[in-house]
Design a binder for this molecule. Sequence first.
Ligand code: AMP
Ligand code: GLY
Length: 424
Amino acid sequence: MRILIIGSGGREHALAWKLHQSSIEKLYVAPGNEETRFFAQNIPIHPTNIERLTRFAKDNRINLTIVGPENPLALGIVDSFHSERLRIFGPTKAATQATEASKAFAKRFMAENHIPTAPFRIFRKYETALNYLRKCGAPIVVKASGLAAGKGAYPCETLIEAEHALKEIMVDRIHDKAGKKVVIEEFLEGQEVSIHAFCDGKTSILMPPSQDHKIITVGGKKLMTGGMGAYAPVPWVSDDLLHQIQQEIVEPMTKGLRESGQPFAGCLYPGLMITPQGPMVLEINARFGDPETQVYMRLLKTDLLDIMEACIEGGLADIKIEWNSGFAVCVVLASDGYPGEYEVGIPISGLDKAERIPGIVIFHAGTTRDDTGQVVTAGGRVLGVTAVGETLETACARTYEAVKQIHFDGMHYQKDIGAKAFTF
Ligand code: AMP
Ligand code: GLY
């Protein structure tokens, strides 16, 4: 087996780390990061350069390609690989458009398929959207419809915040083309849960529920990040609730996509709000979550390669997916300024010491090495420190013990990853 993973973040490092444990001949990561180059070959091709990636896979006789981020999926990497008869894990361009790449499309799709989601309206014109906002008042949620690196949603507690969000999206165009259309929807109260399902177009199998930590407060202002930490499983999500999520959300999604001619093969990741009225969909992602994948890979017992092959071949109904007992936690260490502007090239110390703590694996996200061989920062989310433990308390304590050993100037992280499980 010759495998290619596309992407460079913590999610891709975690997927590579897990696949490295399967029986494979060669593992490539494009472009990879500082740590993946120790057990895989990093290939300097950007994830959105579909043509070069397709050629690379063909020339190097790649048997299976796994796509980490959403952008290559939205650009049609899966279609391009299929046209060359190359095997690839991920949904087609059309299936990505119907789920993650267009929130407007996804909301209409959910409404048509009676999948519970917040009541919404879609707007193309700024003035009409503004009038609607003023009519509704706050709290309310304003979202850029297109792909915005996970930062295009603005849950607003006041009308002033909502007007500001709408201006940023539609007038200032801070998310560029993603702000051509906006979705304005009801503000849902509850607890968020990340659901991930392996899908082969017909069958879907849920992974354990996890919780992400997307919103941070900086100087009294709430900021949306790509995700600052995660843990799994979520103790208060009962088997009955998971069954309900499968029946009312995941099954109708995969059925609806199949019936509209866009069968979904890959990892389907609906972000949910568990409200007093039941689970409701906040967004549909067409890929693995980051940092949820870092905890999933620490818990997965079954060979990931076997699962991915079953997703591609339509054989998911025939395999059993097993998970280790206990919990996994991931805390993201970010650069000063993230999710806004940040500096790179800052030396990182203490990685060896942190990794010596039992149960710790550190996934790199934004790292590189300078001319002297020193590991330095190269992104907003720099590292994902993960631990496993028989209890969530142990896994959290181990993670934060390891975090304390690591240092880079300006490093910041959330101190309460996993706390939502205890306070619920
Ligand atoms: P999205 O990109 O649509 O998942 O939104 C990002 C984050 O915004 C979610 O993880 C929630 O924290 C928040 N959010 C999105 N939609 C809503 C909603 N309707 N009500 C409350 N919070 C929301
Ligand atoms: N965990 C957030 C995301 O992957 O979009």
